[in-house]
Design a protein around this ligand. Sequence first.
Ligand code: NAD
Length: 479
Amino acid sequence: MKIASIINGAESIDNREETLMVYNPHNQERVAEVQLADENELNAAIDNSYETFHHTMKTMPAHKRADILLKAAELLEDRLEDFAQIITKEAGKPIQFSRAEVKRSMQVIRFASEYAKQISGEVIPMDAAIGGENRFGFTKRVPVGVVAAITPFNFPLNLSLHKIAPAIAAGNTIVLKPAEKTPVSAYMLVKLFHEAGLPVGGLNLVLGLGEELGDPLVKHEKIHKVTFTGSLGVGRIIRENAGFKKVTLELGSNSPNLLFEDADLEQAVPSLVKGAFAFSGQVCISAQRLYVHRSIYDRFLDDFKKRTEELVIGDPMDEATDFGPMINEEAAERAKSWIDDAVIHGAKVHTGGEQNGTLLTPTIMTDVKSNMKVIAEEVFAPIVSVIPFDTEEEAVKAANDSIYGLQAGVFTKDINKAFRVADKLEMGGVWINEISTYRQDNHPYGGVKQSGIGREGVKYAVEDMTEMKFFGLNLDSYQ
Ligand code: NAD
């Protein structure tokens, strides 16, 4: 399968030599050959999105945008299995999780379809200001224009949709640059939207390397908004390159989960095994740091280890597989080197820690220190550390000792303590009696500190993809 960028609905495959191979991380089989876009194609895509915005999308009524989104959701539902299979092939995600991703993606499009009809402004009490008598003022939310959407490999479908669906709901056009490691599901998605009736220039696809296409895309004067999900390092570059453009950054974290002495371990342990090891920890809100009250530490650790060792490791295409490869060997080697580095400085590997090719076995670490990479940085790998604490204050302080702040989990039956701790945690979101890794697609989602800027979750993304425009009327002139 050879794929190329899609500009104004056309995909022009030629014999150029600049191509990139996408390999299945599990068995290294070739999934696709990608023809890389050059700067001329990038500019053509942006120009076309700009024209389509001004001539079509800007004036398309809300009911039509909602219908297109609904149709896209229906098409995706029909093709659930095709999309799930391709996510598993290109990302190495176990098939049960790929199916779950497609189901979430369908919901995201449906939320956007519903919200397309709700986008509204407010009436301003103009006479509250001296001299404001006989004036009428109101606001509308208007689309920003062309949205550049840059997405990561770990949820290649759903995180693309968290940008595309609200952008369409708001009446924008989009230039999508998906992760070069997982471009095939995004390619299929763009075609699906065209089939659903979206004007073809409403969604253009450019395939290429981030470091080559990223800068000219983000800097281009016809791009009005950049929405990015990915790593902190790239987020920093984008923030600098974007200048005056609106920017949403959904970046990484080293999510903490706090388990107090009265935590329900029956519920917490299996959830945390999933929260730490789903998709080999390559999830931005993966449970990375577990702070456990000393009175339950041994019991927790035994049970957590036992259940972790029960995970079925294998071919992501097998229905029974819970745990598969990392995205590539380089990522697995990098993660393994962080484990080794921690061990040299006194940490212990309680279970796992074995790396072979793209596979790194589910790893639990203890005796870690706050300055070790496995704690201080985002591991983005199947590595979780368990750390005992004595007081609430100590646990909160340790959890907040991070450059990140995306989501946290707090486990206790004491509701007063739960709210007190949740208030003190420096996070974009806190779950009580739920893992940090849990996310629904309709709640506000995003980080504080260096975890990002802005919020996604369809309604909140729409807010960030529209401008508030004020209209005022001097009624005196009608007297
Ligand atoms: P990455 O930052 O390496 O790449 C993300 C995207 O940025 C890719 O499409 C890449 O091509 C592009 N890119 C690279 N250099 C660029 C540049 N100079 N300008 C513009 N674009 C450029 O991330 P990844 O490895 O694909 O994904 C993992 C990261 O994503 C983790 O840090 C993870 O925490 C984060 N993430 C965050 C969220 C969230 O919602 N907060 C969700 C998922 C993943």
